[in-house]
Design a protein around this ligand. Structure first.
Ligand code: GTP
Ligand code: MG
Length: 195
C-alpha cells in the first residue's frame, strides 16, 4: 500500500462525531498497551501520528485516522486496564460497543493480542462478541520481536486454541519494531478497502 496521506481527524466519544461520507473503516481492538497505536503508525509509515505510550490507557476515545482520503483506521480505547476507575471503564465499553454494533461502514476489526501471553478473558470475550455480530475479524499477534523466531509457532498455537480460532479467521504475526507482518496485513485488508 502506498501511503499518500494520513491525517488525524477526530477523537470521538459518540456517533454524532463520527466522520461522514461512508468510507470504509477498520477498527483496532485489544488490551491497553498491546500495540494498537503503534501498529497504525507502522502501517502508515509515521512515527507518532497515533499517540503511543508506555503508560497503558493512553487512547481513551475513538480516534479516527483518514488514510489516502479513502478509508479510516479507528483506534479504540484499550480494555483491561485495572487502574482506570470502573465507571470510566463502563463508559468506554459503552461507546466501544455502540460503535462496533451499529457502524455500517465498519468493514473489519483487527483484534490485537500480545504474542507473548495467552489471551485474557476480555480478549476472548471481545473476539466472540465480534463474531456474534458478524464483523469480519483478523487476529494480529503483536510484539513478535520480543520472542525468538523459533518460539513463534508455540505462542501462536496457545492463542489459536484459546480463541478457538475458526479456519476462516486469519492470524498475522506482527511487530511494530521490525515491520514484520505489515505487507501481509495490507494484503488481508485490501478487500475491505474498496468502495
Ligand atoms: P492504549 O492506547 O493504552 O490502549 O495502548 P496501545 O494498544 O495503543 O499501545 P501502544 O501502541 O501505545 O504501545 C504500548 C507500548 O508497547 C509502547 O511502549 C510501544 O512502544 C510498545 N510496543 C508496541 N508495539 C510493539 C512491538 O511490536 N514491539 C515492541 N518491542 N514494542 C512495542
Ligand atoms: Mg493507543
Amino acid at each position: 500500500m502506498i501511503i499518500r496521506s494520513a491525517e488525524f481527524i477526530i477523537s470521538a466519544v459518540g456517533p454524532k462525531q463520527y466522520p461522514e461520507g461512508n468510507q470504509p473503516e477498520i477498527a483496532l481492538a485489544g488490551r491497553s498497551n498491546v500495540g494498537k497505536s503503534s501498529l497504525i503508525n507502522k502501517m502508515i509509515n509515521r512515527k507518532n501520528l497515533a499517540r503511543t505510550s508506555s503508560t497503558p490507557g493512553k487512547t481513551q476515545t475513538l480516534n479516527f485516522y483518514h488514510i489516502n482520503e479513502s478509508f479510516y483506521f479507528v483506534d479504540l480505547p484499550g480494555y483491561g486496564f485495572a487502574k482506570v476507575p470502573k465507571p470510566v471503564q463502563a463508559q468506554w465499553s459503552k461507546f466501544i460497543e455502540q460503535y462496533l454494533s451499529k457502524r455500517d461502514c465498519l468493514k473489519a476489526v483487527l483484534q490485537l493480542v500480545d504474542l507473548r501471553h495467552p489471551p485474557s478473558k476480555e480478549d476472548i470475550h471481545m473476539f466472540e462478541w465480534l463474531g456474534h455480530f458478524g464483523i469480519p475479524r483478523i487476529v494480529v499477534t503483536t510484539k513478535a520481536d520480543k520472542i525468538s523466531r523459533g518460539h513463534w509457532p508455540k505462542h501462536q498455537k496457545v492463542i489459536r486454541q484459546a480463541l478457538q480460532l475458526p479456519k476462516n479467521v486469519p492470524m498475522v504475526l506482527f511487530s511494530s519494531e521490525t515491520g514484520q507482518g505489515k505487507d501481509e496485513l495490507w494484503g488481508l485488508l485490501a478487500p475491505y478497502l474498496v468502495g
